[in-house]
Design a protein around this ligand. Sequence first.
Ligand SMILES: *Cc1c(COP(=O)(O)O)cnc(C)c1O
Length: 395
Amino acid sequence: MIPPVLPTYNRAPLHFVKGEGSWLIEEDGRRFLDMGAGIAVNALGHGDPDLVAALTEQGQKLWHLSNLYEIPQQEELALRLVEATFADTVFFTNSGTEAMELAVKMARKYWYESGKPEKVEIIAFDGAFHGRSSAAIAAVNTEKMVKGFGPLLPGFKQAKWGDWEALAALVTDETAAVIIEPVQGEGGIRPLDPADLKALRALCDEKGCLLILDEVQCGVGRTGKLFAYQWSSITPDIMMVAKGIGGGFPLGAVLATEEAAKGMVAGTHGSTYGGNPLGCAIGNAVIRKVADAAFLEEVSRKGALLRQKLEGLVAGNPEVFEAVRGQGLMIGLKCKLPCGEVVQAGYGVELITVPAADNVVRLLPPLTISDDEIGEAVARLDRAAKAALETTKAG
Ligand SMILES: *Cc1c(COP(=O)(O)O)cnc(C)c1O
């Protein structure tokens, strides 16, 4: 019999009832060290006092107000994002998928308004993830995501990650935009070299198409910069943000240059919930903290510490792990055993990690994780690795 909750997830039988900083507390009292942060969402950990204050303060005043009216919290957050990035303007959504929808629409509208309505095609990459809407699955077009969900939306092509020559051949007069994650998340923590991002920007300029960055997972401080593109010297035309920006409250955004956004005039796009006062009050509290230079430096320092300890872990468990990759507090452990076994063994030692494609275990802890907690996480990973190895050998 189908359960009351549509069974689209294989869920671990864990019942968390409370969160405290980097820790999740199970119903039975066990304390799990959370190196997943709700898949890079709980950027400030669980129960951050400033976020709780923003939530309760705004919650007592006004939760929702239609976009038919002015929303000061939304204006404040947009201004913060504009001041901290390449962007001139921002649209708020409730999720990364909705940000993807607008990014695609905006790119096409841009060319329509520019007198080139034939430019509609969007090029994405293998291993990418942009959400589960009809457009987002058509963009990536893997069997896992699209099988049975046809007909697929037309107007998307896929390029091979890392093969920039092949990409150049795919870009035609009908290409509206190229979309890429500066660090692939679901694809297995694959960072794009800043030099490659620069080459990609040059290619887009040369061929006359827009560059869309999907920073839904790698943005909001995760890599040690507010946004990952800021490690390079380039800027995109459009950028998608979500996950960390709400710190656990559903919030997303599309950032764009004035030029790229020129077709998005009144009536061309909308959202009932997007940019509501409650979400934006929380988003402001998140960005106020994360956009701080000292905070971001700490993320980089802690990322380097975690990385260094993980190199030791890999060296000490050569039958389990192959390599460490990633940037800041967005780290992947490429596994030799099935990565799911390591994640599973982690539950046995009260450690939360997240599997990804390419047989990678993802570590996406709260950006507020302490040095001691980093040490504890690696110690637990070591125990999990040994347990996973034993299970595999026994099986
Ligand atoms: C999670 C994710 C999305 C989709 O975001 P949702 O909030 O789940 O809709 C899109 N792009 C990337 C890179 C993601 O990691």
